[in-house]
Write a protein that binds this ligand. Sequence first.
Ligand code: BG6
Length: 296
Amino acid sequence: EITKGINGLEKVILREIHGSSVEVYLYGAHVTSWKNDQGEELLFVSSKAIFKPPKPIRGGIPICFPQFSNLGPLEAHGFSRNRVWTIDLDPPAFPPNVNVTNRVYVDLLLKPTEEDLKIWPHSFEYRLRVTLGPAGDLMLTSRIRNTDGKPFTFTFAYHTYFSVSDISEVRVEGLETLDYLDNLKNRERYTEQGDAITFESEIDKIYLSTPTKIAILDHEKKRTFVVRKDGLPDAVVWNPWDKKAKAMADFGDDEYKHMLCVEAAAIEKPITLKPGEEWKGRQELSAVPSSYCSGQ
Ligand code: BG6
């Protein structure tokens, strides 16, 4: 279903037969809502989010491409999150080994304009498939093809804002003992100590060579988000906390308590594509009652 969202921006709504749903804005190919079969919102979007180009939408799942953060000459997090994508009305089918029962999906496409080529002189074709599975799982698959005559290199992140009830009750499992670059300390390299990650102040870390599965446990909500990823070795964990929250015009002063970004990413080792080559990066999100995954 294609409809008009905030400020008349177009969005696609996918509904799964058991009641879960996803909303994707063509502006940024930006997922702004993911609801389970109870109608509960699982992603955080700021009440102050500005749905107006060229400002990226604060919350949901912005896509950072072709540059994560300010790690290069482009604007922060690249430009794909503030371009208007198109819908492929005749998308390719899933491979035959995929069970397509009760799957709903949409393919969004981005190709650089003449103006974009002045900013980043590389021609590419980016296909983002957003799929909602029968258990309400949200899958994002990016395929980026080099349609240029020369190689190019990029970094990437699915900048996912999870909705949590109280950040001080949240734990992240799967990143303990890993190396990370601390964005708050000039990206110096450290090693995470001890147990699961918990939160009591600002955090902005790029965990390196992370496992394919990361869990976010929301104790108060009794809900666990599971992030599964493929082709995306790194994971960014970000919460601005009170001071940075106040400094952001499109973020409420207290909203940091109710969100956590865990971002499947490829940052430390940028991806290089030769002419004609394609890269694939996949993130799969599920949300399950905590009691179901104890001991995992
Ligand atoms: C995170 C970065 O991924 O995104 C942070 O690690 C940054 O450094 C944050 O502040 C938000 O970025 P932006 O451009 O959406 O305000």
